[in-house]
Design a binder for this molecule. Structure first.
Ligand SMILES: [Zn+2]
Ligand SMILES: [Zn+2]
Length: 315
């Protein structure tokens, strides 16, 4: 079942009774928004476009109020905070300490420094645990070096910030199970994303759901194999109209790096998800290239349940 956070009556009622200070950061009990233990929260459904309504790509899998973040596009921490204030207690900023990166494209990682530093400044004591492709450690080291003055002032100055919460354990992964705890088993699998040597999709198994995220990719058999009747498949997509309206060079790029509606309909027919969620939606065809058109293109050849995600949707 899905619902838009902004329209849940219980969440709105709860917010009405919170004091400004409580709304600022203190974790509060979440209203009952779903009987399910696992919730998939779309923190950002965008892509490189600076769309004010779509933050950079990021998804939170929240299990028993513990968040697992996949990708950290720009806006990730503020969107998590928005979800928290609207009732997802597991997305309290200080709880953001486990993340998985699909690949190192900037639209998926521009919020990485935000994820490292903002929860720390707001009180997180645990280091951030991050899993992702080769190059993640170097990116992490460079970001920590870039902010060394900030770390120095906050820890050695009057702010007396803790000396652990800004630290990062960056784990460069290989395909297979990359993480396991009481809530989730996370399997990484390679997808085809143009000339990237390592781009991953992820399969999350929780006590009550199997969720698969494509990351960015052209049609990849690994997505079909890892979904295989999964509860929720989140998949990137562009419209056929966008392809038709594109110049030859751009067509060459998008067919190598991304997935069209037609291709996704074929893929989903084989993958058989109980729910297909479109995210990282790309509209290359100008004003006439719309979300409604995207959904129609999919539904023309895919009979399964499909929705087009927006920021702060929950499934
Ligand atoms: Zn992307
Ligand atoms: Zn990409």
């Amino acid at each position: 079942m899905n619902f838009r956070l902004g329209f849940t009556g219980s969440a709105i009622l709860l917010l009405g009774f919170l004091s400004p200070s409580a709304r600022a950061q203190t974790p509060t009990p979440a209203p009952t928004t779903s009987s399910s233990r696992t919730r998939v929260v779309l923190l950002g459904t965008g892509n490189p476009s600076a769309d004010p309504d779509r933050s950079g790509p990021s998804v939170a899998i929240v299990v028993n109020d513990t968040p697992y973040i996949v990708d950290c596009g720009p806006g990730v921490v503020r969107r998590a905070s928005a979800a928290f204030h609207k009732g997802v207690a597991g997305l309290a900023v200080q709880k953001l300490k486990t993340a998985f990166i699909t690949h190192l494209h900037s639209d998926h990682t521009l919020g990485y420094s935000d994820l490292i530093f903002t929860p720390w400044v707001l009180g997180r004591k645990d280091p951030l645990e991050v899993y992702g492709p080769t190059g993640l450690k170097a990116m992490t080291d460079h970001l920590l070096a870039a902010y060394s003055e900030d770390i120095d002032i906050r820890t050695n100055g009057l702010e007396q910030g803790n000396r652990t919460g800004y630290k990062v354990n960056a784990h460069e992964i290989k395909p297979g199970v990359v993480y396991k705890d009481d809530n989730v088993t996370v399997r990484a699998f390679l997808v085809h994303h143009g000339s990237w040597r390592e781009a991953y999709g992820y399969r999350f198994e929780t006590p009550d759901k199997v969720i698969v995220l494509s990351g960015d990719c052209a049609p990849s058999a690994s997505v079909i194999e890892n979904c295989d009747g999964c509860d929720v498949l989140l998949h990137e997509v562009y419209t056929q109209l966008g392809y038709d309206e594109s110049k030859p060079d751009w067509r060459k790029y998008i067919t190598n790096f991304h997935t069209s509606t037609k291709e996704l309909a074929e893929l989903a027919t084989k993958a058989k998800p109980k729910l297909l969620v479109l995210y990282h939606q790309m509209f290359f065809g100008g004003a006439k290239d719309t979300e409604e058109g995207m959904l129609k293109e999919i539904r023309d050849s895919y009979p399964g349940k499909v929705v087009s995600a927006h920021d702060l949707d929950v499934y």
